[in-house]
Design a protein around this ligand. Structure first.
Ligand code: PMP
Length: 408
């Protein structure tokens, strides 16, 4: 899967150096998801049958009626002002602090937020302390900047970690239902991390796409909320750079995400965005605004949550019946993923992967969530995209793949 042998067959100028350490795994998983004979437990896609197609159609009509040619224009780099204000309002409500519009940058998905953070903060060789295992998209987004990584395993008193933090450009965490593990970081660990970040005087990137997907219990306050509570209302000026998105609670196809941060950081991210896409789609932003104004999101989230809870439970039950000889896992309290750890360190999921593809089932091997690629005995299974029967069929195929791999 590595593109390191992206050999050039001509003697034209060489491709940029970062491509050597890159891979096209995400594209491969997207492609596998489109093959109907394969049960894909690989991607991180929502259940598309729950997309509010009619409500988005109505929002599109209202967007054009209300905003006319403005909705078809280039927009301000920082985002469509009316949506920016609506997101400032939403963030103020969700994180119990009054955020100003200067604290908000609208982005083309949270993924662009990650990319812009890389452009603003990372120079080659800079250190990132990243929650481990780490979201593949973040590793991808920052690869071009060529950072180094220190893995955060939540042992917050580790002297090596405490020594690393003052040198780190930022800490990266997905505290709510992490991708890939589905784990919820407890409140005391969040508080512990925040206080160490403040002492070290660095930044903390809190990536929070799964906040709406609380399947069992509540997520509790964000790190942003905990920090903001200690600061005056109005313009937030703390070290947290928070990423949100409509991809999980509405649809990923609008590509509407946002960053909350202190105003100077927002200005610099906007500078980077200007060089990236000039502005996010004004049409998408106007549709998102009209959709959010309709209040339908609060009706669809409970439906999404009920559906994902049933699918999570179905996947866990099948895994319990068919895979527990070789794997262990924690039932994820939210999000989209089950993280299966092999009981034997010798079970290598990179190798298992090719047997799985022969059995027409796909998962994501753990190595891609490790900046060093060394984590080879776990895998990520998605439970949101397939109905329970199909999840069960996927697990049956996975069992056959494990049996064939072990006897090979
Ligand atoms: N961060 C994490 C942790 C994610 O899992 C995802 C999507 N899978 C993103 C960011 C990107 O989301 P978006 O669709 O808003 O670009």
């Amino acid at each position: 899967m590595s593109l390191s042998q992206a050999d050039q067959s001509t003697n034209r100028p060489r491709y940029s150096e970062w491509i050597r350490s890159s891979n096209n795994i995400t594209q491969q998983f997207m492609a596998i998801g489109g093959q109907s004979d394969v049960v894909s437990l690989a991607g991180g896609l929502p259940a598309s049958e729950l997309y509010p197609v009619e409500a988005i159609k109505q929002a599109s009509i209202r967007a054009l009626d209300r905003w006319g040619s403005t909705a078809l224009e280039y927009g301000p780099v920082e985002g469509f002002p009316a949506l920016r204000a609506a997101i400032a309002e939403r963030m103020s409500r969700e994180h119990r602090h009054r955020f100003g519009i200067e604290n908000i940058l609208l982005t083309t998905g949270a993924m662009q937020g990650l990319d812009l953070i890389g452009k603003v903060l990372i120079d080659p060789g800079d250190l990132i302390v990243a929650q481990f295992p780490t979201y593949l998209g973040a590793l991808d987004a920052w690869r071009t900047r060529r950072p180094s990584y220190r893995k955060l395993d939540w042992n917050l008193d580790d002297p090596d970690l405490l020594g690393s933090l003052p040198r780190a450009k930022f800490v990266y965490t997905v505290p709510n239902y992490s991708n890939p593990t589905g784990a919820l970081v407890p409140q005391n660990a969040r508080g512990g991390l925040l206080s160490r970040v403040i002492v070290a005087n660095t930044w903390l990137v809190e990536d929070d796409p799964y906040l709406p997907l609380q399947l069992t219990g509540a997520a509790g306050p964000s790190i942003l909320a905990a920090d903001a509570a200690t600061r005056p209302e109005g313009q937030y000026d703390g070290p947290v750079i928070y990423l949100g998105t409509l991809s999980k609670s509405v649809v990923p196809g609008l590509r509407v995400g946002w960053v909350v941060a202190e105003p100077k950081v927002i200005q610099l991210l906007a500078l980077a965005k200007q060089c990236s896409d000039l502005s996010s789609s004004m049409f998408s932003q106007a549709v998102a605004l009209e959709f959010l104004d309709s209040g339908i999101e609060s009706e669809i989230i409970p439906r999404i949550v009920a559906c994902y809870r049933e699918r999570r439970d179905a996947l866990c039950a099948s895994a319990e019946a068919l895979l527990n000889e070789w794997f262990e896992w924690d039932v994820p309290p939210g999000g989209m993923f089950l993280w299966m750890r092999a009981k034997s360190p010798a079970l290598d999921t990179n190798h298992l992967y090719s047997f799985a593809l022969q059995e027409k089932v796909a998962f994501v091997p753990s190595s891609v969530f490790d900046p060093d690629g060394a984590l080879t005995n776990a895998m990520r299974l998605n439970f949101t995209r397939n109905v329970p029967d199909r999840l069960e069929e996927g697990v049956r195929r996975l069992r056959r793949a494990v049996e064939r791999y072990l006897s090979s």
